[in-house]
Write a protein that binds this ligand. Structure first.
Ligand SMILES: [Fe+2]
Length: 242
């Protein structure tokens, strides 16, 4: 089992205690963790029936049929979910969540006075097809100021625009929780989470590519972003959510 899923390479992952991010300091264990022995259940996984998804869950830009489109720049994000050997992962379940175009989440942990958009909830689901491909339609999220919540927190920290993804692949041990960033964003250079990854190539794997050929007639800009589940070229794991 341990051969199947090697330990993460810390250089390719965000550090656990991010200087300037108070919550990460509070929840990082002070002791070296005990190694966990792999179990057979790690290599098995949940299986999801594509029919269980409701039509339109991949389209975050419209909350229900007949409702106006959400405010903001319409985008499509598409790509593949692969395993570490480059093989497509079919029937992987992707769940995504994001701020609206103004940088606001509908969530009790978001105290900002930024307005919500009544036509945007900010959550979606999609499954990969036989070629491991997924496609979502949404609006580009805004950046947002991370609230100052006490000593140890950097004031003036803004998160760059990003979309959170959780991906269930073929095994529980290959589950990935990560964030996709956008190319050319000045806030990318200053983000505490993105830049806590020491390996530059791993950081770049979190930034989607502008793909004008994917742009659509209805005015959506295209972005391409692949995910690689657990392995040498895996997408960095980023489950922090300030
Ligand atoms: Fe976020």
């Amino acid at each position: 089992m341990t051969d199947t899923f090697r330990p993460y390479d810390d250089a390719t992952q965000p550090v656990r205690a991010v200087v300037g991010y108070r919550k990460s300091l509070l929840r990082t264990p002070g002791q070296v963790p005990w190694p966990r022995i792999g179990a057979p259940a790690d290599a098995t996984g949940p299986s999801f029936d594509p029919a269980a998804l409701r039509p339109g869950e991949h389209d975050l830009a419209v909350v229900a049929p007949g409702r106006p489109r959400a405010l903001g720049q319409l985008i499509v994000v598409t790509g593949r979910v692969l395993d570490e050997d480059g093989r497509p992962v079919r029937n992987a379940l992707l769940e995504c969540w994001q701020a609206n175009a103004a940088g606001k989440y509908i969530h009790h942990n978001d105290p900002s006075p930024v307005p919500i958009d009544p036509n945007f909830v900010g959550v979606g689901r999609v499954m990969t097809d036989e070629r491991g491909q997924y496609r979502i339609r949404t609006i580009k999220p805004g950046g947002y100021a991370v609230p100052f919540d006490g000593e140890g927190q950097l004031s003036g920290w803004w998160r760059p625009p990003h979309i959170h993804f959780s991906i269930f692949g073929p095994a529980f041990a290959s589950r990935l929780v990560t964030q996709m960033y956008f190319p050319g964003e000045p806030l990318n250079e200053r983000d505490l989470l993105l830049n806590s990854i020491r390996d530059q190539a791993a950081r770049l794997r979190l930034i989607g590519a502008f793909a004008p050929e994917l742009s659509t007639q209805d005015g959506a800009l295209g972005f391409r972003h692949d995910f690689v589940l657990r392995g040498r070229f895996e997408t960095p794991f980023e489950d922090d959510h300030p």
